[in-house]
Design a protein. Structure first.
Length: 495
Protein backbone atom coordinates (compact mmCIF):
# COMPACT_ATOMS: atom_id res chain seq x y z
CA UNK A 1 0.00 0.00 0.00
CA UNK A 2 1.40 3.38 -1.00
CA UNK A 3 1.25 5.84 1.87
CA UNK A 4 2.31 9.44 1.81
CA UNK A 5 2.85 11.98 4.56
CA UNK A 6 0.70 15.01 5.18
CA UNK A 7 2.29 17.13 2.47
CA UNK A 8 -0.17 19.91 3.18
CA UNK A 9 0.98 20.16 6.79
CA UNK A 10 4.63 19.99 5.77
CA UNK A 11 4.14 22.65 3.13
CA UNK A 12 2.35 24.90 5.57
CA UNK A 13 5.11 24.54 8.14
CA UNK A 14 7.79 25.19 5.54
CA UNK A 15 6.17 28.29 4.12
CA UNK A 16 3.85 29.70 6.78
CA UNK A 17 2.96 32.81 4.76
CA UNK A 18 1.21 30.84 2.04
CA UNK A 19 -2.42 29.95 1.67
CA UNK A 20 -4.21 27.90 -0.95
CA UNK A 21 -7.02 29.37 -3.02
CA UNK A 22 -10.23 27.63 -2.12
CA UNK A 23 -11.30 27.00 -5.70
CA UNK A 24 -8.01 25.95 -7.26
CA UNK A 25 -8.38 22.24 -6.58
CA UNK A 26 -6.86 19.63 -4.30
CA UNK A 27 -3.82 17.56 -5.24
CA UNK A 28 -2.57 14.38 -3.60
CA UNK A 29 1.11 13.55 -3.90
CA UNK A 30 3.15 10.35 -3.66
CA UNK A 31 6.94 10.73 -3.67
CA UNK A 32 9.12 7.68 -4.30
CA UNK A 33 12.83 7.15 -4.89
CA UNK A 34 16.09 8.72 -3.83
CA UNK A 35 16.89 12.11 -2.25
CA UNK A 36 17.36 13.56 -5.74
CA UNK A 37 13.74 12.66 -6.52
CA UNK A 38 12.70 14.13 -3.17
CA UNK A 39 14.13 17.50 -4.23
CA UNK A 40 12.13 17.25 -7.46
CA UNK A 41 9.00 16.61 -5.36
CA UNK A 42 9.75 19.70 -3.26
CA UNK A 43 9.95 21.81 -6.42
CA UNK A 44 6.67 20.47 -7.79
CA UNK A 45 4.91 20.98 -4.46
CA UNK A 46 6.29 24.52 -4.24
CA UNK A 47 4.82 25.31 -7.64
CA UNK A 48 1.48 23.78 -6.74
CA UNK A 49 1.37 26.08 -3.72
CA UNK A 50 2.36 29.06 -5.86
CA UNK A 51 -0.60 28.49 -8.14
CA UNK A 52 -3.10 28.12 -5.32
CA UNK A 53 -3.61 24.36 -5.25
CA UNK A 54 -4.26 22.69 -1.91
CA UNK A 55 -2.00 19.70 -1.22
CA UNK A 56 -3.97 17.05 0.68
CA UNK A 57 -2.82 13.97 2.61
CA UNK A 58 -5.16 11.30 1.24
CA UNK A 59 -6.41 9.77 -1.99
CA UNK A 60 -10.04 10.30 -1.05
CA UNK A 61 -9.55 14.05 -0.51
CA UNK A 62 -7.75 14.72 -3.79
CA UNK A 63 -9.17 15.86 -7.13
CA UNK A 64 -6.07 14.45 -8.81
CA UNK A 65 -2.98 12.53 -7.60
CA UNK A 66 0.61 13.10 -8.76
CA UNK A 67 2.99 10.14 -8.40
CA UNK A 68 6.72 10.93 -8.58
CA UNK A 69 8.32 7.63 -9.55
CA UNK A 70 11.67 5.85 -9.44
CA UNK A 71 12.91 3.71 -12.32
CA UNK A 72 16.49 2.87 -11.36
CA UNK A 73 16.28 -0.87 -10.62
CA UNK A 74 13.58 -3.49 -11.18
CA UNK A 75 12.22 -3.49 -7.57
CA UNK A 76 11.91 0.31 -7.73
CA UNK A 77 10.06 0.10 -11.05
CA UNK A 78 7.62 -2.43 -9.57
CA UNK A 79 7.11 -0.26 -6.47
CA UNK A 80 6.35 2.72 -8.72
CA UNK A 81 3.92 0.75 -10.89
CA UNK A 82 2.17 -0.57 -7.77
CA UNK A 83 1.87 2.96 -6.38
CA UNK A 84 0.37 4.19 -9.66
CA UNK A 85 -2.09 1.29 -9.60
CA UNK A 86 -3.16 2.05 -6.04
CA UNK A 87 -3.67 5.72 -6.87
CA UNK A 88 -5.82 4.74 -9.85
CA UNK A 89 -7.91 2.37 -7.73
CA UNK A 90 -8.35 4.79 -4.84
CA UNK A 91 -8.76 8.01 -6.81
CA UNK A 92 -8.91 7.36 -10.55
CA UNK A 93 -7.21 10.55 -11.77
CA UNK A 94 -3.43 10.16 -11.81
CA UNK A 95 -0.51 12.12 -13.28
CA UNK A 96 2.84 10.32 -13.36
CA UNK A 97 6.24 12.01 -13.28
CA UNK A 98 9.83 11.13 -12.34
CA UNK A 99 12.43 8.70 -13.64
CA UNK A 100 9.98 6.02 -14.70
CA UNK A 101 8.15 8.73 -16.64
CA UNK A 102 11.09 8.72 -19.03
CA UNK A 103 9.80 5.30 -20.14
CA UNK A 104 6.11 6.05 -20.73
CA UNK A 105 5.53 2.81 -22.63
CA UNK A 106 6.30 0.84 -19.45
CA UNK A 107 3.67 2.80 -17.56
CA UNK A 108 1.04 2.74 -20.32
CA UNK A 109 1.42 -1.02 -20.74
CA UNK A 110 0.42 -1.61 -17.10
CA UNK A 111 -1.74 1.46 -16.51
CA UNK A 112 -3.25 2.85 -19.75
CA UNK A 113 -5.70 5.08 -17.85
CA UNK A 114 -3.20 7.51 -16.34
CA UNK A 115 -4.01 11.07 -17.39
CA UNK A 116 -0.50 12.24 -18.26
CA UNK A 117 3.14 11.16 -18.02
CA UNK A 118 6.11 13.53 -17.70
CA UNK A 119 9.82 12.93 -17.17
CA UNK A 120 12.13 13.54 -14.23
CA UNK A 121 12.52 17.05 -12.80
CA UNK A 122 9.81 18.29 -15.19
CA UNK A 123 8.00 20.83 -13.01
CA UNK A 124 6.62 22.63 -16.08
CA UNK A 125 5.21 19.40 -17.54
CA UNK A 126 3.55 18.38 -14.27
CA UNK A 127 1.96 21.80 -13.82
CA UNK A 128 0.65 21.77 -17.40
CA UNK A 129 -0.99 18.40 -16.75
CA UNK A 130 -2.46 19.55 -13.43
CA UNK A 131 -3.89 22.73 -15.00
CA UNK A 132 -5.57 20.68 -17.72
CA UNK A 133 -7.39 18.66 -15.05
CA UNK A 134 -7.85 21.48 -12.53
CA UNK A 135 -7.68 24.98 -14.04
CA UNK A 136 -6.01 27.06 -11.35
CA UNK A 137 -6.69 30.51 -9.93
CA UNK A 138 -3.16 31.93 -9.94
CA UNK A 139 -3.25 35.35 -8.25
CA UNK A 140 -0.05 37.45 -8.34
CA UNK A 141 -1.19 39.34 -5.25
CA UNK A 142 -1.52 36.25 -3.07
CA UNK A 143 1.07 33.91 -4.60
CA UNK A 144 4.22 34.58 -2.65
CA UNK A 145 6.74 32.20 -4.21
CA UNK A 146 8.61 32.63 -7.51
CA UNK A 147 7.31 30.62 -10.43
CA UNK A 148 9.60 27.70 -11.25
CA UNK A 149 11.59 27.92 -14.46
CA UNK A 150 12.33 25.25 -17.01
CA UNK A 151 13.20 21.89 -15.44
CA UNK A 152 12.30 23.29 -12.03
CA UNK A 153 15.50 25.18 -11.21
CA UNK A 154 13.89 27.59 -8.75
CA UNK A 155 14.90 26.74 -5.18
CA UNK A 156 12.04 24.87 -3.49
CA UNK A 157 10.19 26.66 -0.70
CA UNK A 158 8.21 23.58 0.35
CA UNK A 159 10.39 21.07 2.22
CA UNK A 160 9.63 17.39 2.65
CA UNK A 161 12.45 16.96 5.14
CA UNK A 162 12.38 18.20 8.73
CA UNK A 163 13.30 21.86 9.13
CA UNK A 164 16.78 21.11 10.46
CA UNK A 165 18.18 19.27 7.42
CA UNK A 166 17.87 19.70 3.66
CA UNK A 167 19.11 18.05 0.49
CA UNK A 168 21.01 20.38 -1.81
CA UNK A 169 21.02 19.08 -5.39
CA UNK A 170 23.95 20.49 -7.35
CA UNK A 171 23.51 18.65 -10.67
CA UNK A 172 21.26 16.40 -12.71
CA UNK A 173 22.23 13.43 -14.85
CA UNK A 174 25.50 11.56 -15.25
CA UNK A 175 28.27 11.22 -17.83
CA UNK A 176 29.28 7.71 -16.74
CA UNK A 177 28.05 4.69 -18.67
CA UNK A 178 28.11 1.98 -16.02
CA UNK A 179 26.85 -1.25 -17.56
CA UNK A 180 24.35 -1.95 -14.75
CA UNK A 181 22.85 1.56 -14.69
CA UNK A 182 20.34 3.43 -16.85
CA UNK A 183 20.46 6.79 -15.09
CA UNK A 184 21.92 8.58 -18.16
CA UNK A 185 19.00 7.21 -20.19
CA UNK A 186 16.51 8.42 -17.58
CA UNK A 187 18.11 11.68 -16.46
CA UNK A 188 20.48 12.48 -19.32
CA UNK A 189 24.08 13.62 -19.20
CA UNK A 190 25.53 15.76 -16.42
CA UNK A 191 23.87 19.17 -16.12
CA UNK A 192 25.39 21.21 -13.28
CA UNK A 193 23.88 24.26 -11.63
CA UNK A 194 25.98 27.41 -11.42
CA UNK A 195 27.77 27.76 -8.10
CA UNK A 196 26.06 31.05 -7.33
CA UNK A 197 22.61 29.53 -7.76
CA UNK A 198 23.48 26.65 -5.44
CA UNK A 199 25.03 28.92 -2.83
CA UNK A 200 22.10 31.33 -2.75
CA UNK A 201 19.75 28.38 -2.22
CA UNK A 202 21.98 27.04 0.55
CA UNK A 203 22.12 30.46 2.18
CA UNK A 204 18.33 30.71 2.17
CA UNK A 205 18.02 27.24 3.68
CA UNK A 206 20.52 27.93 6.46
CA UNK A 207 19.02 31.33 7.19
CA UNK A 208 15.60 29.73 7.66
CA UNK A 209 16.65 26.93 10.01
CA UNK A 210 18.57 24.25 8.11
CA UNK A 211 21.44 23.02 10.28
CA UNK A 212 22.60 20.22 7.97
CA UNK A 213 23.05 20.44 4.19
CA UNK A 214 23.37 17.16 2.30
CA UNK A 215 25.01 17.74 -1.06
CA UNK A 216 23.65 15.35 -3.69
CA UNK A 217 24.02 14.61 -7.39
CA UNK A 218 24.39 11.43 -9.38
CA UNK A 219 28.15 12.09 -9.33
CA UNK A 220 28.98 14.95 -7.00
CA UNK A 221 32.69 14.78 -7.82
CA UNK A 222 32.01 15.62 -11.48
CA UNK A 223 30.13 18.79 -10.54
CA UNK A 224 30.88 21.62 -12.98
CA UNK A 225 32.65 19.54 -15.63
CA UNK A 226 29.93 20.30 -18.16
CA UNK A 227 30.20 24.02 -17.38
CA UNK A 228 33.97 23.89 -17.77
CA UNK A 229 33.97 25.11 -14.17
CA UNK A 230 32.80 28.57 -15.15
CA UNK A 231 32.36 31.18 -12.45
CA UNK A 232 29.15 32.84 -11.30
CA UNK A 233 28.34 35.61 -8.86
CA UNK A 234 27.79 34.96 -5.15
CA UNK A 235 27.75 37.80 -2.61
CA UNK A 236 29.69 40.11 -4.90
CA UNK A 237 32.42 37.69 -5.92
CA UNK A 238 32.96 35.02 -8.55
CA UNK A 239 32.86 31.34 -7.52
CA UNK A 240 33.88 28.42 -9.75
CA UNK A 241 31.48 25.58 -10.46
CA UNK A 242 33.84 23.01 -8.97
CA UNK A 243 33.15 20.75 -6.01
CA UNK A 244 36.15 21.97 -4.00
CA UNK A 245 35.29 25.66 -4.49
CA UNK A 246 31.61 25.05 -3.82
CA UNK A 247 32.21 23.09 -0.62
CA UNK A 248 34.65 25.69 0.71
CA UNK A 249 31.90 28.30 0.36
CA UNK A 250 29.25 26.03 1.88
CA UNK A 251 31.51 25.33 4.85
CA UNK A 252 31.42 29.04 5.75
CA UNK A 253 27.63 29.07 6.30
CA UNK A 254 27.82 27.52 9.77
CA UNK A 255 25.80 24.38 9.00
CA UNK A 256 26.89 20.77 8.89
CA UNK A 257 27.76 19.92 5.26
CA UNK A 258 27.58 16.25 4.25
CA UNK A 259 28.77 14.92 0.87
CA UNK A 260 26.96 12.09 -0.92
CA UNK A 261 27.66 10.14 -4.14
CA UNK A 262 31.33 11.11 -4.31
CA UNK A 263 33.51 9.27 -6.82
CA UNK A 264 37.16 8.95 -5.68
CA UNK A 265 38.58 11.49 -8.14
CA UNK A 266 41.99 12.98 -7.23
CA UNK A 267 40.53 16.36 -6.28
CA UNK A 268 38.42 14.75 -3.53
CA UNK A 269 41.65 14.58 -1.54
CA UNK A 270 41.54 18.40 -1.38
CA UNK A 271 38.29 18.18 0.58
CA UNK A 272 39.63 15.97 3.34
CA UNK A 273 41.69 18.73 5.05
CA UNK A 274 38.43 20.69 5.42
CA UNK A 275 37.07 17.69 7.30
CA UNK A 276 40.15 17.49 9.50
CA UNK A 277 39.72 21.21 10.29
CA UNK A 278 36.07 20.77 11.27
CA UNK A 279 34.69 22.87 8.41
CA UNK A 280 33.10 19.91 6.62
CA UNK A 281 31.57 16.80 8.15
CA UNK A 282 34.15 13.98 8.16
CA UNK A 283 31.90 11.79 6.04
CA UNK A 284 32.16 10.53 2.47
CA UNK A 285 29.58 8.45 0.64
CA UNK A 286 31.62 6.72 -2.10
CA UNK A 287 29.83 4.09 -4.25
CA UNK A 288 32.69 1.67 -4.99
CA UNK A 289 30.38 -1.21 -6.16
CA UNK A 290 33.03 -3.99 -6.11
CA UNK A 291 36.71 -4.74 -5.51
CA UNK A 292 37.56 -7.20 -8.28
CA UNK A 293 39.31 -5.38 -11.17
CA UNK A 294 37.71 -7.69 -13.74
CA UNK A 295 34.20 -7.22 -12.36
CA UNK A 296 34.73 -3.45 -12.18
CA UNK A 297 35.83 -3.42 -15.82
CA UNK A 298 32.67 -5.34 -16.73
CA UNK A 299 30.70 -2.73 -14.76
CA UNK A 300 32.66 0.01 -16.60
CA UNK A 301 33.87 1.30 -13.26
CA UNK A 302 37.42 2.32 -12.40
CA UNK A 303 39.77 0.89 -9.82
CA UNK A 304 40.07 -2.29 -7.84
CA UNK A 305 40.90 -3.40 -4.31
CA UNK A 306 44.47 -2.11 -4.40
CA UNK A 307 43.67 1.37 -5.70
CA UNK A 308 40.61 1.62 -3.43
CA UNK A 309 42.74 0.80 -0.39
CA UNK A 310 45.46 3.29 -1.36
CA UNK A 311 42.87 6.04 -1.72
CA UNK A 312 41.24 5.21 1.61
CA UNK A 313 44.59 5.17 3.41
CA UNK A 314 45.50 8.58 1.98
CA UNK A 315 42.20 10.07 3.14
CA UNK A 316 42.47 8.57 6.63
CA UNK A 317 46.05 9.80 6.98
CA UNK A 318 44.71 13.35 6.67
CA UNK A 319 41.51 12.85 8.68
CA UNK A 320 41.62 9.79 10.98
CA UNK A 321 38.02 10.36 12.12
CA UNK A 322 36.66 10.11 8.58
CA UNK A 323 33.48 8.03 8.27
CA UNK A 324 33.32 6.13 4.98
CA UNK A 325 30.09 4.77 3.51
CA UNK A 326 29.91 2.70 0.34
CA UNK A 327 27.59 0.42 -1.61
CA UNK A 328 28.36 -2.86 -3.36
CA UNK A 329 26.67 -5.16 -5.85
CA UNK A 330 26.92 -8.93 -5.31
CA UNK A 331 26.11 -11.52 -7.96
CA UNK A 332 27.01 -9.36 -10.95
CA UNK A 333 27.00 -11.45 -14.18
CA UNK A 334 30.13 -13.58 -14.34
CA UNK A 335 31.12 -13.03 -10.70
CA UNK A 336 33.05 -16.08 -9.55
CA UNK A 337 33.48 -17.27 -5.98
CA UNK A 338 37.11 -16.11 -6.13
CA UNK A 339 36.06 -12.62 -7.25
CA UNK A 340 33.46 -12.43 -4.51
CA UNK A 341 36.19 -13.46 -2.07
CA UNK A 342 38.24 -10.49 -3.35
CA UNK A 343 35.35 -8.26 -2.28
CA UNK A 344 35.20 -9.84 1.18
CA UNK A 345 38.97 -9.53 1.60
CA UNK A 346 38.76 -5.88 0.60
CA UNK A 347 36.03 -5.17 3.14
CA UNK A 348 37.97 -6.94 5.86
CA UNK A 349 41.01 -4.77 5.17
CA UNK A 350 39.26 -1.48 4.37
CA UNK A 351 37.02 -1.65 7.48
CA UNK A 352 34.48 0.77 6.08
CA UNK A 353 32.14 2.35 8.60
CA UNK A 354 28.85 2.08 6.71
CA UNK A 355 28.07 -0.41 3.92
CA UNK A 356 24.99 -1.05 1.82
CA UNK A 357 24.77 -4.08 -0.46
CA UNK A 358 22.40 -5.18 -3.22
CA UNK A 359 22.01 -8.36 -5.18
CA UNK A 360 22.32 -7.75 -8.90
CA UNK A 361 19.06 -7.65 -10.86
CA UNK A 362 18.51 -7.02 -14.55
CA UNK A 363 17.35 -3.49 -15.32
CA UNK A 364 15.52 -2.99 -18.61
CA UNK A 365 17.87 -1.36 -21.18
CA UNK A 366 20.99 -1.86 -19.05
CA UNK A 367 23.97 -3.16 -21.02
CA UNK A 368 24.88 -5.66 -18.29
CA UNK A 369 21.76 -7.66 -19.14
CA UNK A 370 23.60 -9.09 -22.13
CA UNK A 371 26.63 -10.30 -20.19
CA UNK A 372 27.24 -14.02 -19.89
CA UNK A 373 27.44 -15.93 -16.65
CA UNK A 374 24.22 -15.07 -14.82
CA UNK A 375 24.62 -15.91 -11.13
CA UNK A 376 21.80 -18.08 -9.73
CA UNK A 377 19.50 -16.26 -7.33
CA UNK A 378 20.28 -18.60 -4.43
CA UNK A 379 24.00 -17.92 -4.89
CA UNK A 380 23.39 -14.17 -4.93
CA UNK A 381 21.44 -14.38 -1.68
CA UNK A 382 24.08 -16.57 -0.03
CA UNK A 383 26.86 -14.14 -1.00
CA UNK A 384 24.80 -11.18 0.16
CA UNK A 385 24.30 -12.82 3.57
CA UNK A 386 28.03 -13.52 3.91
CA UNK A 387 28.95 -9.95 3.01
CA UNK A 388 26.47 -8.45 5.46
CA UNK A 389 27.58 -10.82 8.24
CA UNK A 390 31.19 -9.70 7.76
CA UNK A 391 30.30 -6.02 7.61
CA UNK A 392 27.98 -6.25 10.60
CA UNK A 393 30.85 -7.60 12.69
CA UNK A 394 33.12 -4.77 11.49
CA UNK A 395 30.46 -2.17 12.25
CA UNK A 396 29.78 -3.60 15.72
CA UNK A 397 33.48 -3.56 16.56
CA UNK A 398 33.98 0.01 15.36
CA UNK A 399 30.94 1.28 17.25
CA UNK A 400 31.98 -0.60 20.41
CA UNK A 401 35.20 1.41 20.34
CA UNK A 402 33.11 4.59 20.66
CA UNK A 403 31.77 3.60 24.09
CA UNK A 404 33.13 6.04 26.67
CA UNK A 405 33.69 8.81 24.13
CA UNK A 406 31.64 11.96 23.60
CA UNK A 407 30.06 12.61 20.18
CA UNK A 408 28.26 15.59 18.69
CA UNK A 409 24.80 14.76 17.37
CA UNK A 410 21.71 16.35 15.86
CA UNK A 411 18.25 15.48 17.17
CA UNK A 412 15.89 13.99 14.57
CA UNK A 413 13.02 12.78 16.73
CA UNK A 414 11.78 11.88 20.20
CA UNK A 415 12.06 8.30 21.41
CA UNK A 416 9.36 6.19 23.04
CA UNK A 417 10.48 6.80 26.63
CA UNK A 418 10.20 10.22 28.31
CA UNK A 419 13.32 12.27 27.61
CA UNK A 420 14.66 9.80 25.04
CA UNK A 421 16.00 11.31 21.82
CA UNK A 422 16.68 9.82 18.38
CA UNK A 423 19.82 11.53 17.11
CA UNK A 424 22.51 11.15 14.46
CA UNK A 425 26.22 11.67 14.83
CA UNK A 426 28.39 13.42 12.26
CA UNK A 427 29.01 9.96 10.80
CA UNK A 428 25.33 9.17 10.17
CA UNK A 429 23.17 10.34 7.29
CA UNK A 430 19.37 10.19 7.73
CA UNK A 431 17.55 7.14 6.47
CA UNK A 432 20.61 5.09 5.50
CA UNK A 433 22.93 5.04 8.52
CA UNK A 434 22.55 4.40 12.22
CA UNK A 435 21.25 6.47 15.12
CA UNK A 436 22.41 7.73 18.49
CA UNK A 437 19.70 7.05 21.09
CA UNK A 438 20.24 9.45 23.97
CA UNK A 439 18.58 10.10 27.32
CA UNK A 440 18.04 13.77 28.17
CA UNK A 441 16.41 15.95 30.81
CA UNK A 442 13.43 16.57 28.53
CA UNK A 443 14.34 20.12 27.49
CA UNK A 444 16.01 19.19 24.18
CA UNK A 445 14.02 19.79 20.99
CA UNK A 446 14.03 18.23 17.54
CA UNK A 447 16.70 19.95 15.47
CA UNK A 448 18.92 20.80 18.45
CA UNK A 449 22.63 20.03 18.41
CA UNK A 450 23.79 18.08 21.46
CA UNK A 451 26.85 16.40 22.89
CA UNK A 452 26.32 12.77 23.94
CA UNK A 453 28.44 10.56 26.17
CA UNK A 454 28.28 7.08 24.61
CA UNK A 455 27.46 4.32 27.08
CA UNK A 456 26.52 1.43 24.78
CA UNK A 457 26.37 0.18 21.20
CA UNK A 458 25.13 -2.59 18.92
CA UNK A 459 25.85 -3.44 15.29
CA UNK A 460 24.49 -0.18 13.90
CA UNK A 461 23.54 2.27 16.67
CA UNK A 462 24.98 4.03 19.69
CA UNK A 463 23.30 4.76 23.01
CA UNK A 464 24.21 7.41 25.55
CA UNK A 465 23.30 10.43 27.63
CA UNK A 466 23.14 14.09 26.64
CA UNK A 467 25.82 15.99 28.53
CA UNK A 468 25.55 19.35 26.77
CA UNK A 469 23.28 21.30 24.44
CA UNK A 470 25.29 23.10 21.78
CA UNK A 471 24.51 26.62 20.66
CA UNK A 472 24.04 27.16 16.94
CA UNK A 473 23.87 30.36 14.97
CA UNK A 474 24.10 30.39 11.18
CA UNK A 475 26.95 32.42 9.74
CA UNK A 476 24.54 34.32 7.50
CA UNK A 477 24.73 38.02 8.45
CA UNK A 478 24.47 37.24 12.15
CA UNK A 479 21.79 34.64 11.60
CA UNK A 480 19.42 36.88 9.60
CA UNK A 481 18.21 36.01 6.12
CA UNK A 482 19.38 38.25 3.34
CA UNK A 483 18.68 38.67 -0.35
CA UNK A 484 20.93 37.92 -3.29
CA UNK A 485 20.45 39.28 -6.82
CA UNK A 486 17.19 38.95 -8.74
CA UNK A 487 16.03 35.36 -8.92
CA UNK A 488 18.10 34.28 -5.90
CA UNK A 489 15.96 35.24 -2.89
CA UNK A 490 17.86 34.10 0.17
CA UNK A 491 15.15 34.82 2.71
CA UNK A 492 11.80 33.15 3.18
CA UNK A 493 8.55 34.27 1.61
CA UNK A 494 7.67 37.86 2.54
CA UNK A 495 5.09 38.19 5.24
Amino acid sequence: MATFPDFGAIAGAAAPGLSSAAGAGRVGFVSLGCPKALVDSERILSQLRVEGYAVVPGFDEADVVVVNTCGFITPAVEESLDAIGEALRENGRVIVTGCLGERPETIRERHPKVLAITGQADVVGVMKAVREVLPGTHDPFTSLLPVAGARGQTAPAVKLTPRHYSYLKIAEGCDHRCSFCIIPKLRGNLVSRDAGEVLYEATRLVATGTKELMVIAQDSSAYGNDLRHRTSEYRGREVRAHLVDLVKELSELGAWVRLHYVYPYPHVRDLVPLMADGKLLPYLDVPLQHASPRILRAMRRPGGARSHLETIRSWRAICPDLTLRSTFIVGFPGETEAEFKELLDFLAEARLDRVGAFTYSDVPEADANGLAGAVPEEVKQERYARLMELQQAISAEKLRARVGTVVDAIVDDYGEAPGELVCRSKGDAPGIDGNVFADSDGTVKIGDLVRVRVTGSDAYDLRGTVVEQLAWRPAVLGGRAWSGPAGHAAGGAPG
